[in-house]
Design a protein around this ligand. Structure first.
Ligand SMILES: [Zn+2]
Length: 297
């Protein structure tokens, strides 16, 4: 993979720290995902929103080697969406990237219909402890941003305002961005009401980002709310797969499955990474070596 272009995430607070937030511009990251998976417009939007929601969750992890995996399985025609993020990178895949759907009556992409709302969103946070943290919620709308917000409220007891948007024109990603705001415990109801009142301003974030950079939008959205940028971090679409990881995956298939592969696949096996589409070829001889390792345990 070529060196992907980086995107920017701003870490902010409002009202002297009573509200924390993240502002993400992720046009390059979503464009990279669309190019790798050759996504249709509705799949670009569904995968793009999921990537950004997961990346923001990743940016809130406490350590650099921690990671989070979000699986959205709503029972809709697009199938399952899986995204993995750490503090500065994200990757993802979708079962049916070429899905075409008619537009909604309001002219927007039918992300909710494509994803469906008859299933679950699950979150697995690997923070280096023995057991990962696992949370799961019923999907609320399949529109992704509302589903992430529901997850934070129900599974982490954190009230959250989340907005995620991807603007596409055919195969081109014009812009992509997201906002996450979380009032901390003790934040007065008046501040929360004010944020709810202003949330429609942030709803069309991808369109707004076509005209103004995030910093300028934020100054308008949060006028009078003591908006402070604490810092910024980078985000890019990045996969950490490698031949040795694939070898380990093959070994974990076990002796029986490897033996079957060696017998059935005279030409060896070709493995493709779900996230970056990189392929690695394993000859029959390679597979026999891996079988020997699997046998030794
Ligand atoms: Zn990969």
């Amino acid at each position: 993979m070529n060196q992907p272009k980086k995107d920017q995430m701003l870490h902010i607070t409002l009202m002297d720290g009573m509200v924390r937030g993240l502002l993400l511009t992720a046009t390059n990251t979503v464009a990279e995902a669309a190019a790798i998976h050759c996504t249709s417009p509705v799949a670009t939007a569904a995968l793009g929103r999921s990537l950004m929601g997961t990346a923001m969750m990743g940016a809130m992890l406490k350590t650099d080697d921690a990671s989070v995996t979000v699986t959205i399985d709503g029972g809709g025609p697009i199938g399952k969406i899986v995204c993995v993020a750490d503090h500065d990178s994200v990757r993802g895949c979708v079962d049916n990237p070429h899905l075409e759907m008619p537009l909604r009556p309001d002219g927007k992409l039918s992300v909710g219909m494509a994803v469906g709302n008859a299933g679950r969103m699950s979150v697995v946070k690997d923070v280096g402890m023995k057991n990962p943290y696992v949370g799961q919620v019923q999907l609320y709308s399949g529109e992704i941003a509302e589903d992430f917000a529901t997850y934070y409220v129900q599974s982490e007891q954190t009230p959250t305002l989340q907005s995620l948007g991807v603007l596409v024109n055919g195969e081109t990603v014009l812009s992509a961005g997201g906002v996450l705001l979380q009032p901390l415990p003790g934040c007065p109801d008046s501040v929360i009401s004010e944020l709810e009142l202003r949330s429609p301003l942030m709803a069309d974030i991808s369109r707004e980002l076509c005209y103004e950079p995030m910093e300028d939008l934020a100054k308008k959205w949060f006028d009078g709310l003591k908006y402070v940028v604490l810092g910024e971090s980078e985000l890019s679409y990045r996969c950490n797969c490698s031949r040795s990881r694939m070898e380990r995956a093959l070994i974990t298939l076990g002796q029986e499955e490897l033996t079957r592969m060696i017998q059935d696949e005279q030409e060896g096996a070709e493995l493709t990474c779900h996230f970056c589409k990189k392929t690695e070829k394993f000859t029959q001889h390679d597979l026999i070596k891996l079988l020997n390792q699997a046998t030794r345990g």
